[in-house]
Design a protein around this ligand. Structure first.
Ligand SMILES: [Mn+2]
Length: 272
C-alpha cells in the first residue's frame, strides 16, 4: 500500500517499465501518481499511455503541456504548433479516439489532504488560495470533459493574460490557470508569468525573474507541491515543493519518489 510519484516520462517506455520494476510497483496494492507530460519527444508515447490507461484507478495523472499538445494536434487546432512533435504513433493508431478521451478525463491537480501533497505538472500560482486553486483546476477538468472540449482547447494557445486579476473573464481565468498548472516556471516580481525562461535558477542571468515557488502562499502551511516540467531544475526537495522532472527524454534520468510518513520521501531513479 505505497504511493509513488513519477516525473515526466515523455514517451520513454523502456525506462518507465524499468523504473516500475525497480520500485516493485504492484498495481493491485500501490498507487502511482504521474506528474504529466506522458508523451512527446521520446520514442514510444503510445506504449506509455496505453500502459498507464491499463493501470486504471491505481494511476492518477495530472496533465502537462505536452499532453495538451497531443490533444490539440488530434483536433488539428490552429494556432497550436504541430512541427517537431513526436506522437504520431498515437495519432495514427486505431486507439487515438480512446486515448484522447482518456486524456480529457485526467486532472490538472491532484490533492491528497491526508498525505499533505498537491501534484501539479508545473506549479501553483502564489496569489491563489487553496479553494481558488481547486476550483480553477475543476473548471478546466470539466471543460475538457464537456461537449465543447475542442473549442475550449483552441482558446488555450495564448500567453495572455499573463497576470492574475480577480476581474478577468471566465475564459481568461481558465487560459491563465492552464498556463500556471502546465507551463509556469518563472514570474516577475509583480507576479506576471514568464513563458520563455527555462534555465536553472542558479544559472539565471535575468534578475527580474523569480521561480514561482519562491513566493509565499498560505497553501504551504498544509501542503507540499510536487511538480515535473522543469528538467533544468532536476530533482529538488525544498521546503514547499519537490521537483521530479530529471530529463529522461534528454538522456538524463527518470525519477520516482515514494511518499513516506511526515512529508518524507524516498527517491528512486534510473539512468536513461
Ligand atoms: Mn512540461
Amino acid at each position: 500500500m505505497s504511493t509513488y510519484v513519477i516525473g515526466d516520462i515523455q514517451g520513454c517506455y523502456k525506462e518507465f517499465k524499468e523504473l516500475l520494476k525497480q520500485i516493485n510497483f504492484n498495481k493491485k496494492k500501490d498507487t502511482l501518481w504521474l506528474a504529466g507530460d506522458l508523451v512527446n519527444r521520446g520514442p514510444k508515447s503510445y506504449d506509455v499511455i496505453k500502459y498507464i490507461m491499463d493501470l486504471d484507478s491505481s494511476a492518477i495523472t495530472v496533465l502537462g503541456n505536452h499532453d495538451f499538445f497531443l490533444m490539440a494536434s488530434y483536433y488539428k487546432l490552429d494556432p497550436w504548433p504541430y512541427k517537431n512533435n513526436n506522437f504520431e504513433d498515437i495519432l495514427s493508431s486505431k486507439d487515438a479516439d480512446q486515448i484522447i478521451n482518456w486524456l480529457r478525463n485526467q486532472k490538472l491537480i491532484h490533492l491528497d489532504s491526508e498525505l499533505g501533497y498537491i501534484l501539479s505538472h508545473a506549479g501553483i500560482y502564489p496569489e491563489w488560495s487553496l479553494n481558488e486553486t481547486i476550483s480553477l483546476a475543476a473548471q478546466i477538468e470539466n471543460a475538457l470533459k464537456g461537449k465543447k472540449c475542442k473549442s475550449f482547447i483552441k482558446t488555450l494557445w495564448s500567453n495572455e493574460p499573463n497576470k492574475w486579476e480577480r476581474n478577468l473573464s471566465k475564459k481568461e481565468k481558465l487560459i491563465f490557470a492552464t498556463n500556471v498548472f502546465t507551463r509556469m516556471r518563472y514570474l516577475n516580481k509583480n507576479l506576471f508569468l514568464d513563458f520563455d525562461e527555462k534555465t536553472n535558477p542558479e544559472n539565471l542571468e535575468n534578475s527580474s525573474l523569480v521561480p514561482w515557488y519562491d513566493f509565499n502562499n498560505n497553501i504551504y502551511e498544509n501542503y507540499k507541491v510536487i511538480i515535473g516540467h522543469w528538467s533544468t531544475l532536476g530533482y529538488r526537495n525544498k521546503g514547499n515543493f519537490i521537483s521530479i522532472d530529471t530529463g529522461c527524454s534528454w538522456g538524463n534520468k527518470l525519477t520516482s519518489i515514494k511518499i513516506l510518513k511526515n512529508k518524507k520521501v524516498k527517491k528512486i531513479e534510473i539512468k536513461c
